[in-house]
Design a binder for this molecule. Sequence first.
Ligand code: ACO
Ligand code: KIV
Length: 546
Amino acid sequence: MSSPPSALDDGQELSTQGKSFNLTDIIMTNHVKIFDTTLRDGEQAPGFSMTSGQKLKMAKALEGLGVDIMEAGFAAASPGDFEAIKTIATEVKDSIVCSLARCNEGDIRASGEAIKPAAKSGRGGRIHTFIATSPLHREFKLKMSMDEIVRRATAGIELARQYTDDVEFSCEDAIRTERDYLKRVVEAAIKAGATTINIPDTVGYTTPEEIQSLFEFLASDIEGADSVTFSAHCHDDLGLAVANSLAAVRGGARQVECALNGIGERAGNCALEEVAMALRTRKDFFGLSTQLKTEGLYGASKLLATITGNPVPRNKAIVGKNAFAHESGIHQHGVLANRETYEIMKPEDVGVSTDNLVLGKHSGRAALKNRAETLGFELGDNQLQSLFVKFKHLADEKKEVFDADIEALILGEAVGEIGPWALESLYVSAGSDDGKRPVATVRLHHEDGRKETWSQEAAGPVNATFLAISHITGQPLHLDSFSVQSVTEGEDAMAEASVMVSTEFSSYHGRGTSTDTVLAGARAYLDVINRIERRADRQKSIAAQH
Ligand SMILES: CC(=O)SCCNC(=O)CCNC(=O)[C@H](O)C(C)(C)COP(=O)(O)OP(=O)(O)OC[C@H]1O[C@@H](n2cnc3c(N)ncnc32)[C@H](O)[C@@H]1OP(=O)(O)O
Ligand SMILES: CC(C)C(=O)C(=O)O
């Protein structure tokens, strides 16, 4: 198979506006800087705002990922954002911390003050100042002439340079700006001292070919181009943000602005995890690297989803639950033979665990046998066939078949129903605002005849219920997740609760259903405890046999 042409093939001739030049002569570095804007453009989207503490937590995760620059906020936006940037600039050691500012004195001074802790420590902080340049924004939004915008940009950059040597300038809505005028603004910005020139596709309007040619034009036609880093900032209104960012890089951009999970204004920004893994996976094509520790991508993405309360869609590239999951028999068969049949990246390279064949109704014998073996069961052909029949029946009823379900099938048990513990009654008092905490009274009975009741107070009714169950069973569990979803429609909808728990040795998933959500939760929690106890019993009897 012949390899695809690299973006940086030696001697690649580019033609822009009738001129010819060699891109490798102009772009000396193969390092693409990752400028993360999760905490600024990402946070400014509805439903994604974070407290200062949450921003710091995310900032630490981004630092751990190895982003070159993190835009921590917009210092003039609010006292809270100012303080958050200042704290991040104090705490973050390995990434450059940046604040956004309009081209006006107040914003730039606020940004300069906010990043001072980073500047003082010698690491340096960045001020990112911007002004719109397109005709629409000039006429209707800013109501400024072309000359006035150039004056504002120049003055803003000069002021920013009094605080830091690291000044980024953005021509907002650059894509819809006349090329001649864009050239004029960018040249003025470079003369005024900007060290990074960002070309935003503010409204997600461009196409890969168009943006690549624009960056080639900048690299070849702008005076002072070789003294600055060109940067792309693409929005996803047409679903092209990642493709456009990669095309910009092919055109000469050496900084990509992006956000985890692709969050950002409207449809979002270029997704950090996607652009980073595209550069890594297709290094043969792009010939470029980032300094990201991509193994942290999945964890950082999950942290962001948890902090903002916005789950990552299952089918999201790189970090979605399905990104490395295979349910179809033919795919599973291929992956078991050689992962590369259906995987272009290693799950562990983005921090996803490798045990990810999802068993469901489309799965085949190969995957079932493999999972049974992973769980420690060697099956003969007849046993596998009989298990497969039971498994298919179960998969028709359940969306996903978990390890514990398979264990139960192999051992001939009904799924999620059999003890040793059974819930006899649950009574919960909650909802008053008279200062009393919710109380759950739980009565369980064990198959050995024991019956026990316990009342527990806690911050919430579900928490109180779980604590009471743990008290009776002697199983204090650490929850990985608890969720409830409606599985039928109408006022008496059936709720399905799902509980995930990790112990030292394994993960357990329990389910419970009821029209009462707290009762569904109690059943799911008890389901987990029963699974743990049954497994322990099994292991004891296996040990006794040997
Ligand atoms: C493409 C982007 O993502 S840009 C970043 C967008 N992010 C944000 O806006 C979040 C933070 N913003 C805020 O908190 C507020 O908008 C503030 C505090 C910055 C300003 O609030 P206000 O003073 O009430 O102004 P308001 O938001 O109503 O309007 C923006 C003003 O800035 C002006 N302006 C907009 N961009 C720029 C710029 N780059 N440089 C100079 N002035 C600008 C507008 O012309 C308008 O001026 P006017 O008040 O004289 O009409
Ligand atoms: C401030 C700039 C970079 C921006 O967010 C945009 O144009 O989308």
